[in-house]
Design a protein around this ligand. Structure first.
Ligand code: NAP
Length: 233
């Protein structure tokens, strides 16, 4: 039976790499985001890699959009979900002295409300899944503060708390919950970040995908609650 997977933020970057890592093992993967062109391309890549891909347009910050999107993704997956990866996210660097209300709300909506909405709408399908697993992609900024990161840190610290709390709620349902804490990773998210970044020193999206793959496949009892992504040598 192929793994049945939903990855938000699956149109590019870390989400795309996670989707393709599972596709290589034959998984059926629904990828969700707003940009349908990117989603269509990744869905085709999933199928070419040996899985079965589905592009599912969804704005994770809009509960109505999530309700419809998860419903259609679960239909594609055949009524059950083995793995949900909450990866959609945004990142602006703005010190509090220049923070604006719109940027603050965007971070909270996409990075924190999004995983809540998508998890809520996926629970029934997860409970029908095999060794079900929720993976929340946080950040090193869920544990450590950085300048200009008030909205991002608040949303990611919040996601870490959400993840820790639902792990307790879902333990007796057999649903595993992992939080991932990537450091700087070479994706388009850095296109909007001011400064001279040496992207060659960053992790690659595939490094995060490998950590998620190994955690999902780990035998029962292996600690997978908190997943760091070791920096490349
Ligand atoms: N790159 C890093 O250094 C790094 C480090 C730590 C953690 N992270 C986290 O990793 C996750 C993925 O980041 P990335 O680096 O891969 O960034 P990315 O390349 O910019 O990808 C972000 C993904 O999220 C989707 N997304 C954004 N807003 C959305 C919305 N409202 N609804 C649905 N999808 C939405 C984007 O698609 P659309 O724009 O088409 O919707 C895209 O597919 C984020 O949660 C980020 O915070 C990244």
């Amino acid at each position: 039976m192929p793994l049945r997977v939903l990855v938000t933020g699956g149109g590019r970057g870390i989400g795309r790499a996670i989707a393709l890592r599972f596709a290589r093992e034959g998984a059926h993967v629904a990828v969700a985001a707003r940009n349908s062109g990117e989603l269509d391309a990744v869905a085709a890549e999933i199928t070419a890699a040996g899985g079965k891909g589905r592009a599912q347009q969804m704005d994770v910050g809009d509960h109505g959009s999530v309700e419809g999107g998860v419903y259609r993704a679960v239909e594609f997956l055949g009524g059950a979900m083995d793995l949900l990866v909450n990866c959609a996210g945004v990142f602006d660097v703005k010190p509090i002295t220049s923070m604006d209300v719109a940027s603050w709300h965007r971070h909270m909506n996409v990075n924190l409300n999004g995983p809540f909405y998508v998890t809520l709408e996926s629970l029934d399908a997860l409970m029908a899944g095999d060794r079900p697993h929720i993976v929340n992609v946080a950040s090193v900024a869920a544990r450590t503060a950085f300048p200009g990161n008030s909205a991002y840190c608040a949303s990611k610290y919040g996601l870490r708390g959400f993840s820790d709390a639902i792990r307790l709620d879902l333990k007796d349902k057999g649903i595993r919950v992992s939080t991932v804490y990537p450091g700087a990773t070479d994706t388009k998210i850095f296109d909007r970040v001011p400064g001279n970044w040496d992207r060659s020193k960053m992790n690659k999206p595939e490094d995060v995908a490998e950590v998620v793959w190994k955690a999902n496949r780990a035998t029962t009892g292996t600690p997978i609650d908190d997943l760091d992504v070791p920096p490349r040598a």
